[in-house]
Design a protein around this ligand. Structure first.
Ligand code: ZN
Ligand code: ZN
Length: 76
């Protein structure tokens, strides 16, 4: 009976990551990951480069454009 509970918890663990509003953070370079993270052995990385221990091979233009897109511009 207990084994069955554990199986359900493992399934919910996947859902919990989606429920959190905070973006995941890279375990190697510590940036907020605004795209699909790379998960290796339970750790979240921004790219396959970081997942392999570096160097980071992120396309930071994507990071920037996402931030700009999230900025609210006020018009007077
Ligand atoms: Zn990284
Ligand atoms: Zn990276």
């Amino acid at each position: 009976m207990e084994a069955e509970n554990k199986r359900i918890q493992a399934k919910n663990g996947e859902l919990l990551q989606r429920v959190q509003n905070q973006p995941p953070r890279c375990a190697n370079c510590d940036i907020d990951i605004l795209w699909k993270p790379t998960v290796v052995q339970g750790k979240t990385f921004c790219c396959t480069g970081c997942a392999a221990g570096g160097p980071c091979s992120c396309d930071y233009s994507l990071y920037r454009s996402t931030n700009i897109a999230g900025t609210i511009h006020y018009h007077e």
